[in-house]
Ligand binder design. Structure first.
Ligand code: T3D
Length: 265
């Protein structure tokens, strides 16, 4: 029987989703897209899901779009934008809207859409041997999956231009030094560290974290005054959560807090 393109592991309080086409460096085909959309839908509707961890099977994270699907098309007859409308753009929007932290454990090369889907996650950790490639320029395409939005914000205009126009691999250690990702760990430590982070998030005050994500997203376009108003509104909402009450009680009682993650997020 054929291997499924995606492996979904239900852990205590979080999901681990593994891109699973290792022979093609986990390049995206339609079956993988469909499976991923379904897996994310389950995370969206499961109140016990408080974090998601993405990683890749084998030696790569993901090489982006499966290019073998492209060769059959004659010149000038390819609507590449249609794939973005159908799959990648909804995926990035849904990832960014998840009301809990998303973690990418980049275990090897992350190229094209594979790189930018990792960057769409809240926390990106990478194995020391991993690399990030804005591979689009190598095949005459434009960076997608939010790459042109994420990169200048994360690493600044000059580095964003270099990365996208030259399409050279950026080693994980340099990605960390440039602020593209949260941190690099030794290859053997990657999954242990990623799972530790997700286990932490699975016991964290999820409502507060969801609202923090919303505030940071809005800060990309708000002026300071609008952002102050938004912080007030979100703080009001966080203040009504059971986890705020528990956090304060635990502090005063000098004990670790036990957060349920419940409440409107
Ligand atoms: O529909 C649309 O097109 C819109 C969406 C576009 C979004 C995009 O992601 S466009 C960018 C697509 N991705 C790329 O251009 C990257 C292509 N891959 C590479 O440049 C290299 O594979 C890597 C630099 C990522 C890694 O190089 P290396 O030397 O470590 O591995 P390799 O030998 O090139 O690849 C290993 C195998 O995976 C190989 O198969 P084989 O020869 O062993 O049978 C290779 O063909 C396959 N593979 C790698 N990337 C892809 C792929 N097969 C299909 N599609 C791929 N993207």
């Amino acid at each position: 029987m054929a291997e499924p393109p995606l492996l979904v592991d239900r852990r205590a309080g979080y999901r681990m989703i593994t891109l699973n086409r290792p022979a093609r460096l986990n390049a995206f085909d339609e079956a993988m897209h469909r499976a991923l959309a379904e897996a994310i839908g389950e995370c969206e509707t499961d109140p016990s899901c408080r974090a998601v961890l993405f990683t890749g099977a084998g030696r790569g994270f993901s090489a982006g779009q499966d290019l073998t699907a492209q060769v059959a098309q004659p010149d000038g007859q390819q609507d590449v934008g249609a794939a973005l409308d159908a799959y990648y753009n909804p995926l990035v929007r849904r990832l960014r809207a998840l009301p809990f932290p998303t973690v990418a454990a980049v275990n090897g090369v992350a190229a094209g859409a594979g790189a930018n889907l990792a960057l769409a996650c809240d926390i990106v950790i990478a194995a020391r041997s991993a690399s990030f490639i804005q591979a689009f320029a190598r095949i005459g395409l434009v960076p997608d999956c939010g790459g042109t939005w994420f990169l200048p914000r994360l690493v600044g205009a000059a580095r964003a231009r270099g990365l996208t126009l030259l399409a050279e691999p950026l080693p994980a250690e340099k990605a960390e030094a440039w602020g593209l990702i949260w941190k690099v760990v030794d290859d053997a430590e990657l999954m242990r560290e990623a799972e530790r982070l997700c286990a932490h998030f699975a016991q964290a005050p999820t409502v507060g974290l969801a609202l923090t994500k919303r505030a940071l997203d809005a800060a990309e376009t708000n002026d300071l005054s609008a952002q102050l108003d938004l912080e007030r509104d979100l703080q009001r909402q966080a203040g009504l959560s059971p986890d705020f009450a528990e956090g304060v009680r635990a502090f005063l009682e000098k004990r670790p807090a036990v957060f349920s993650g419940r409440g409107s997020r």
